[in-house]
Design a protein around this ligand. Structure first.
Ligand SMILES: Cc1cc2nc3c(=O)[nH]c(=O)nc-3n(C[C@H](O)[C@H](O)[C@H](O)COP(=O)(O)OP(=O)(O)OC[C@H]3O[C@@H](n4cnc5c(N)ncnc54)[C@H](O)[C@@H]3O)c2cc1C
Length: 369
């Protein structure tokens, strides 16, 4: 039996651990829990500390669409294996200016991957989704089933529970270094050492902290706006799908419907950047996560929200910070670095919906000899 250590109990790492354990390998999943207080936390952070991540089969590229379809097809299995529900099937919409590259790409993917969706434009669009205010020439693709949002915290928990039920061990620690020997790999952590035959590194934006050969990835700062709404307002928006869109001027917000957060409050969440701001060192990453994003991006996002949903009754708004990890070719890095080190990194801003397939591919690569 091969002993495989997985570094990173995030969306990709926990998925890989489940696949490896189900395949009969000895698995040690290494990763800390989410910090209680981000502002005073001195350790590492993850990109999944939230209650909503958009999921849908439609995408702008056939690749990301296909791996997400493979993941969505296993959501029910993961929920059944763990007893933890994480998927809300509220529908998903992609929308852009008629005739734009965005719409052309989505049309191509929809046809190539045989995705069931309904197209809306003009007054049909206004009637079907009265709470939105779109540009006059907008064309929408609406997936009514199998799309919506996942709860990333619950998905990590579900994958971890399913992995442990299948025999995996979870070590609640932060990996500090990897030393590869001729017949094993040694992982030093802040709570001791783990010796394994193979290691899969899936530590998100912090992966280069432990990898002997750093990956060529770019991490960007992300600011997210949360709009608190009342129970009544949430009820009015009961049929709201998730939204990924492009304005004619190039702005590209995404928007999630009302979701109840652990503090009991209900928020809509909107993201859209003014520019990609790189975070190049571990110190920069940690400092960014301790903050709440930038006021400038927050104001930009609030203006977009008022444009998209002018009738929204907002009780309060706040921003939070997060990070996304990109590669030059806009694809994840799932590859072997050496005889005993494999990586599964870089969700390119969309790695939550498809994380089960990214983890499965990483698991397969790490276990092939
Ligand atoms: C604001 C925002 C919105 C997003 N929205 C969407 C969306 O709507 N849909 C979508 O599909 N994707 C979305 N994404 C992207 C998605 O969240 C990421 O692609 C995904 O979290 C990547 O998964 P991961 O496992 O690589 O990284 P993470 O989820 O960050 O997990 C990495 C894990 O590694 C752990 N770790 C790090 N260093 C170490 C170490 N040294 N030792 C042990 N453990 C370590 C961390 O604790 C963390 O748990 C969004 C991202 C952001 C920031």
């Amino acid at each position: 039996m091969t002993h495989i250590a997985v570094i990173g109990r995030g969306l990709i790492g926990s998925a890989a651990a489940r696949h490896l354990a189900l395949a009969g390998h000895q698995v040690t999943l290494i990763g800390p829990v989410e910090p209680d207080d981000k502002t005073t936390h001195e350790g590492i952070f993850g990109s999944h500390y939230d209650e909503g991540r958009i999921t849908r089969a439609l995408d702008q590229t056939v690749y990301w669409s296909a791996i997400t379809q493979a993941s969505i097809a296993r959501y029910a299995q993961i929920e059944a294996q763990s007893g933890i529900a994480f998927f809300t099937d509220c529908g998903g919409m992609m929308l852009g200016p008629k005739g734009s590259d965005f719409v052309r790409n989505v049309t191509h993917v929809q046809k190539a991957n045989h995705i069931a969706c309904k197209e809306y434009a003009g007054t049909d669009l206004e009637t079907a989704f009265p709470f939105f205010c779109f540009e006059r020439d907008a064309q929408a693709f609406y997936e009514a089933n199998g799309a919506g949002y996942i709860n990333p915290r619950k998905l990590v928990k579900a994958q971890s529970v399913a992995a442990i039920r299948a025999g995996a061990t979870w070590v609640e620690a932060t990996a500090l270094a990897i030393t590869e020997n001729s017949n094993s790999v040694l992982i030093s952590t802040d709570k001791g050492e783990v010796m394994a035959d193979q290691v899969l590194v899936a530590a998100g934006g912090f992966s280069n902290m432990v990898l002997p050969q750093p990956l060529s990835v770019q991490i960007y700062a992300r600011t997210v706006s949360f709009f608190e709404v009342s129970e009544e307002e949430a009820a009015r928006l009961a049929n709201m799908p998730t939204l990924v869109m492009r304005f004619a001027d190039g702005r590209d917000p995404y928007l999630l419907p009302p979701i109840r957060y652990p503090n009991g409050k209900i928020y809509l969440k909107l993201g859209c950047e003014l520019a990609d701001v790189p975070l190049d060192t571990v110190e920069e990453l940690k400092a960014w996560f301790k903050g709440i994003g930038t006021a400038e991006v927050g104001a930009y996002q609030q203006a977009i929200m008022m444009e998209l949903m002018p009738d929204l009754r907002v009780e309060a708004a706040h921003t939070e910070a997060c990070m996304t990890t990109f590669t030059a070719d806009n694809r994840p890095v799932i590859s072997r670095q050496s005889d005993r080190i494999t990586v599964a990194v870089a969700g390119c801003g969309r790695g939550a919906k498809c994380c089960d397939e990214l983890g499965r591919i990483g698991a397969e690569l790490a276990s092939l000899r």
